[in-house]
Ligand binder design. Structure first.
Ligand SMILES: [Zn+2]
Length: 141
């Protein structure tokens, strides 16, 4: 099935390769945005064309950090994520809002706080082994 992790390997699957880059040289990970060549609006996740003016999009590197716009603590969550966990929307300087899990202690969550992109485990199997890696946000130290 598309988008489903495989669980017949011990290595977690890296998800969202067209949205998230983890450099192999040890540099910090970053997200990819898609900027309209006409109106300049940035989209995330990836789209084929700008839905506002039907123009091609150019892949761009997004800033590594943004501001927490909104968050929620999920007490009864999806299968494969240990509850409770936090999710939120982050506003990036490129004027795009991105949703992800938050690797931030819940008592430290604060609207408007600076957060940055990290690679993290976003799904566990039934034995709590990591099965999927993708982007998450953590507090900027
Ligand atoms: Zn456009």
């Amino acid at each position: 099935m598309s988008g489903q992790p495989t669980i017949d390997t011990n290595e977690p699957v890296f998800f969202h390769p067209d949205l998230f880059v983890v450099p192999t040289n040890g540099e910090a990970p970053y997200l990819l945005g898609y900027k309209c060549e006409d109106c300049g609006k940035v989209w995330f996740p990836k789209l084929e064309i700008c839905p506002e003016c039907w123009t091609d999009l150019k892949q761009i590197t997004l800033s590594r950090s943004g501001k927490l716009y909104s968050y929620s603590i999920i007490h009864i969550g999806q299968r494969g994520i240990k509850s409770p966990y936090a999710v939120g929307y982050v506003d990036f300087p490129e004027e795009v809002r991105i949703y992800a899990q938050l690797a931030i202690p819940h008592e430290k969550l604060k609207l408007g706080m600076d957060v940055e992109v990290i690679e993290g485990v976003v799904r566990l199997d039934k034995n709590s082994n990591p099965v999927m890696l993708s982007y998450m946000f953590k507090a900027v130290e």
